[in-house]
Every structure is written in structure tokens, then in C-alpha cells.
Design a protein around this ligand. Structure first.
Ligand code: HEC
Ligand code: HEC
Length: 323
């Protein structure tokens, strides 16, 4: 989950200076001059693409399902897929209490495709309220329009689960964050898949790898620390830190071959992986079981892109158990 990544207070006061309320629920079309209508093709191919993105790349299922963190990498609890209810609270350093929402037709039946499109890419909810930016619409704002449509097509096919999810309760800072973080879609066409680097960058963006693997100061990602890891997350058994993904030979993935990289994910292959109980308190928020369902080609493209980021020597202690 990307829950620790919340932009800090400083950003908000900075934003508050210049921007009053950039969020205008009625002004969808002025926020998104390119999108005036959404037409979602519900073909099987489109639904399949949506299933893939929802479960393995954009990893919507990561936050919108209940998770069992007594087991390694927190497998999704059966019957909760896409149905929401996972709580992200103050103990995670969030400004309030937030819940992954129910995205199954039991909850979203009354939402139009346009309303879903806006929520996913601009964080403007049907209710008129802005969504808290833990919902990674800032990443999804960069998706290809067809990929957003595919996700919407797939959402309509989810098993309806009647699950009434409590309202999120942002505190003052949380409310400010939801209002003042820019809500603007910058949709871009998906790069040619043969251009592995550009395509890999697209996947890394919508998968939100930087959200966890780039440290922030005062809510802003530190450019010089791009993908160098070390973001810490409080877990039940201790403190977890994200890994260095830059191509540094000593502390990053510099010595990893493309196959090493792909294999690291494929040990969690959702078709075969049986999550063991956690041991010595270690558990991880890295959504291994979701990303592991990516194709080898896509994981390979991610690797190719990561090889192009600036190597950064930064040794990370992955886990410190509670004493
Ligand atoms: C990192 C966690 C996370 C991921 C990944 C994520 N979401 Fe969310 N989403 C949330 C949270 C938390 C909320 C509730 C925010 C709030 O209450 O302000 C939310 C809210 C929503 C809503 C609004 C629902 C409502 O009832 O108001 C929609 C629609 C949604 N998400 C769709 C998606 C889709 C589609 C994806 C994948 C493309 C996705 N989300 C990925 C955390 C996430
Ligand atoms: C919710 C936070 C989160 C997100 C999102 C995330 N990671 Fe991670 N990742 C971690 C953490 C924490 C670790 C260290 C613990 C572990 O190895 O499981 C890690 C470890 C890794 C490792 C292992 C590195 C090593 O030295 O063993 C790789 C590779 C990796 N992540 C790649 C990625 C890629 C690629 C993405 C995007 C597709 C991504 N991560 C997204 C949190 C995250």
C-alpha cells in the first residue's frame, strides 16, 4: 500500500498560498479539455486488459480488498476482492482514517462511466467530494485513455459484494490535502511496447513504484533520491524500508540481470504462490502478489526503464524487528 506517502503539511501551506480551491466538481470539462465524453467498449478484450491493469499493474486490488497480514505479503482475503473495507489509519502516519472503497457493482452501480473516469484520473468523487490523494489518481492521471476505459469495463464485471464501507474521516490536514492537491488529468498515449524504456516508464508510473521507492521531504519526492529506496513503513513486527531500485552495483539492482529481476517477482506468481505465515516479525507492503501477475515482457520493460535512472549509492536496512 502507498499509505505512508502522504504529502506533508508544508506542501499544503505552500499550495494554499497560490491555489484557493482548484477543485471544482462541476467543471469536469475545463479540468480535462480533452475529455468531454467517455465511451467504454465492453468487449472481452477490453475487459481482459482491465482485469490485468486492475490486478497487476495499477494494482487497484491492493487497496480495494481486505488483506491478511498474518501471512507474507498480505494475501487478499477471499470474498473481498475489489469490495473495499481495508482501513488505513493514523497509526500509519495518515492525516485521518481512510477506507478503500467498495468498487464492485453492488456499490458503483449508479456511477456513470464518466463519473468513474473522473474519480480514477482526477480524484473527483461522484459525491462532489475530492478523494484523498492516497487514492493514486495523480499516477492514473497519466494513463492512456483506453487503459482507463478498460479498467472501467472490468469494474462492471466484478462479483457484486454487499459491503458497506465506513466513510473516510480525514482530519484538517487530510481535508486540505484532498482539496489542494491538483486534480488534473494529463492523459497520454501508451508508448510503443517495443520501446522498452518508454513503455517501462509508463508502467512504473501507473504502478506507482516511486510512491514507495522514492523518499520525500516535506511531502515532495526528492529528485536526487529517485528510486533509491529507504522510505520507512511501520509494520506490526517492526520497521520496513523500501529497497534501492537504482542500478548502483553495491546497494541497488546494478548486478541484477533482467531474468533475476523477473524471477524475484515470479516467486510470488499468483497462480502458484501459497503465502507462508510471517516469520520473525517480517512482513512487507511491497505488493508482490499483485505485480507478480505482470507478463515477463512488462516486468522486463520495467527493468529496462530502471536501468536508465541515475545510480545512487544508498544502503537500506530492509527491516528492523521490534524488540
Ligand atoms: C494506494 C491505495 C489505492 C489504490 C492502489 C487505488 N485506490 Fe482507489 N481509493 C483508495 C482510497 C483510500 C479511497 C478513498 C479515498 C477517500 O475516502 O477520500 C479510494 C477511492 C476510490 C474511488 C471512489 C469510490 C467512492 O465510493 O467514493 C474509486 C472509484 C476508486 N478508488 C477506484 C480505484 C481504481 C479503479 C484503482 C486502480 C486503477 C484504485 N482505486 C487504486 C485507495 C487506493
Ligand atoms: C507499497 C509500497 C511499494 C510499492 C508501491 C512498490 N514497492 Fe517495491 N518494495 C517495497 C518494500 C517495502 C520493499 C522491501 C521489502 C521487500 O523486499 O519486500 C520493496 C522491495 C522491492 C524489490 C526487491 C529489491 C531487493 O533488493 O530485493 C524490488 C525489485 C521492487 N521492490 C520493485 C518494485 C517495483 C518495480 C515497483 C512498481 C511496479 C514497486 N517495487 C512498488 C515497497 C513497495
Amino acid at each position: 500500500m502507498k499509505k505512508h506517502l502522504l504529502p506533508g503539511l508544508a506542501v499544503f501551506s505552500w499550495l494554499a498560498g497560490g491555489l484557493a480551491a482548484c477543485y471544482k466538481p462541476a467543471a469536469y470539462s475545463s479540468l480535462n479539455t480533452r475529455i468531454t465524453a467517455v465511451s467504454v467498449d465492453k468487449s472481452l478484450a477490453q475487459i481482459d486488459r482491465g482485469r490485468y491493469l486492475f490486478n497487476h499493474v495499477a494494482a487497484c486490488a491492493d487497496c480495494h480488498s481486505r488483506r491478511d497480514y498474518t501471512k507474507l505479503a498480505g494475501p487478499i482475503i477471499t470474498g473481498t476482492h475489489g469490495a473495499g473495507g481495508e482501513k488505513f489509519g493514523k497509526n500509519m502516519g495518515l492525516p485521518g482514517t481512510f477506507y478503500g472503497k467498495n468498487l464492485t457493482p453492488a456499490a458503483l452501480r449508479d456511477w456513470t462511466d464518466m463519473e468513474l473516469f473522473m474519480a480514477i484520473t482526477t480524484g473527483a468523487s461522484k459525491s462532489g467530494k475530492p478523494l484523498f490523494p492516497m487514492m493514486p489518481y495523480l499516477n492514473y492521471a497519466n494513463m492512456d485513455e483506453q487503459d482507463v476505459n478498460a479498467i472501467i469495463a472490468y469494474l462492471r464485471t466484478l462479483e457484486p459484494v454487499e459491503n458497506k464501507v465506513p466513510e473516510s474521516k480525514p482530519n484538517f490536514v487530510g481535508k486540505m490535502a484532498s482539496k489542494l492537491v491538483p486534480h488534473k488529468a494529463r492523459l497520454q498515449p501508451m508508448p510503443d511496447t517495443h520501446n522498452s524504456e518508454a513503455y517501462g516508464r509508463y508502467l512504473v508510473t501507473i504502478a506507482g513504484c516511486a510512491d514507495c521507492h522514492t523518499q520525500r521531504t516535506m511531502g515532495m519526492m526528492v529528485k536526487k533520491a529517485a528510486f533509491a529506496g529507504g522510505t520507512s513503513m511501520k509494520m506490526a513486527g517492526g520497521t520496513l524500508r523500501s529497497a534501492n531500485l537504482t542500478p548502483d552495483n553495491e546497494t541497488g539492482i546494478g548486478r541484477w540481470s533482467k531474468q533475476d529481476f523477473i524471477n524475484r517477482f515470479k516467486t510470488f506468481n499468483p497462480k502458484t504462490y501459497q503465502a507462508p505465515d510471517t516469520q520473525n516479525g517480517f512482513n512487507t507492503m511491497m505488493p508482490w502478489t499483485l505485480y507478480a501477475g505482470m507478463s515477463e515482457q512488462d516486468l522486463g520493460a520495467i527493468y529496462d526503464y530502471l536501468r536508465t535512472v541515475k545510480p545512487k549509492r544508498h544502503k537500506v536496512e530492509r527491516f528492523t524487528a521490534k524488540r
